[in-house]
Design a protein around this ligand. Structure first.
Ligand code: C5P
Length: 233
C-alpha cells in the first residue's frame, strides 16, 4: 500500500528558450508549485536559470540523470547546493557505491534535497538490454535497480505509468515515485506510447506526476494547470 497523501504536479519546462520559459512561469506563480528543468535547458542556461526559477517561488526538479564515478557524482551534488534544488535524478545503473556517495553528498550539502533514481530508460527495450549483455526482462531490471538504489540511500524512483503499481507494491512505502508519461483524458499523446491520466497515476501511488506538452502546447497553459491540479484533489 502506498502512504502518500497527495499527488503533486510537476511541469516539464521543455521550452525553446529562457525568455519563453520565464514568461510562461509568471502566469503560473501561486498555482503551480513544481518545475522540472531538463538537460536541454540546464545545458543552455545552467545554475543562473535554476536560481531565477527558485527565486520566483517554485520548487525545482533538476533532471540531470547523473552517472559517473561516485566521487564525481558527489562533487556535482555539492556544486548544486547553492541553488537548493528539491529533486535531482541520478542513474541507478551507476551502482550502489555511486548511490551511497550521492546520498552522503545530499546529507552533507543539501539535506532537503530528495534524490531520485532512473532505472531503465523508457526508450530502451528488451532487444537493447540484450545488446548490453543484460539477459533479463525490462521489468526485472527495473525492480533490481529500484531496490539497489533505494537500499543505497536514494529517496525515490522515476517510474513509467506501467511500472507504477509493481514498484509501489515492491518498495518501502516511504519511497517517492515520480511518474512522467501522463496525459489528461482526451489530450494528444504526442509520441508517448503508454500513458495514464493524472487521476489513475495518483490512485496507483505516484507522489508526483510530470506533465509537459499537454500544458506547454495548450491554448491556455495556466488553465490546464488548474484543471490538472483540480483532478488531483
Ligand atoms: O511532454 P511530456 O509530458 O511527454 O513530457 C514528459 C517529460 O518527462 C519530458 O521532459 C521527458 O523528458 C520526461 N520523461 C519522460 N519519460 C521518461 C522519463 C522522463 O517523458 N521515462
Amino acid at each position: 500500500m502506498n502512504q502518500h497523501k497527495h499527488t503533486e504536479l510537476i511541469l516539464a519546462l521543455d521550452c525553446p528558450n529562457r525568455t519563453e520559459a520565464l514568461k510562461l512561469l509568471k502566469t503560473m506563480q501561486g498555482s503551480l508549485k513544481w518545475v522540472k528543468i531538463g538537460l536541454q535547458m540546464f545545458t543552455a542556461y545552467g545554475i543562473p536559470l535554476a536560481k531565477e526559477i527558485k527565486a520566483m517561488g517554485f520548487n525545482i526538479f533538476l533532471d540531470l540523470k547523473l552517472h559517473d564515478i561516485p566521487n564525481t557524482v558527489a562533487k556535482a551534488i555539492d556544486s548544486l547546493s547553492e541553488v537548493s534544488i528539491d529533486l535531482l535524478t541520478i542513474h541507478a545503473i551507476g551502482g550502489s557505491e555511486m548511490c551511497q556517495f550521492a546520498a552522503k553528498a545530499r546529507d552533507a550539502s543539501n539535506p532537503n534535497l530528495k534524490l531520485l533514481a532512473v532505472t531503465v530508460l523508457t526508450s530502451m527495450n528488451q532487444a537493447q538490454l540484450e545488446q548490453l549483455n543484460i539477459h533479463t526482462s525490462v521489468e526485472s531490471q527495473v525492480q533490481t535497480l529500484a531496490k539497489l538504489s533505494t537500499q543505497s540511500g536514494i529517496d525515490g524512483i522515476v517510474a513509467s505509468p506501467l511500472e507504477l503499481a509493481m514498484l509501489r507494491s515492491e518498495l518501502d512505502p516511504s519511497t517517492l515515485i515520480v511518474t512522467p508519461g501522463i496525459r489528461p483524458r482526451g489530450a494528444d499523446l504526442n509520441e508517448q506510447k503508454r500513458v495514464m491520466t493524472p487521476e489513475e497515476a495518483s490512485k496507483l501511488g505516484a507522489n508526483f506526476i510530470v506533465v509537459g506538452r499537454p500544458i506547454l502546447n495548450s491554448p491556455n497553459p495556466s488553465e490546464t494547470v488548474q484543471s490538472i491540479l483540480k483532478s488531483l484533489k
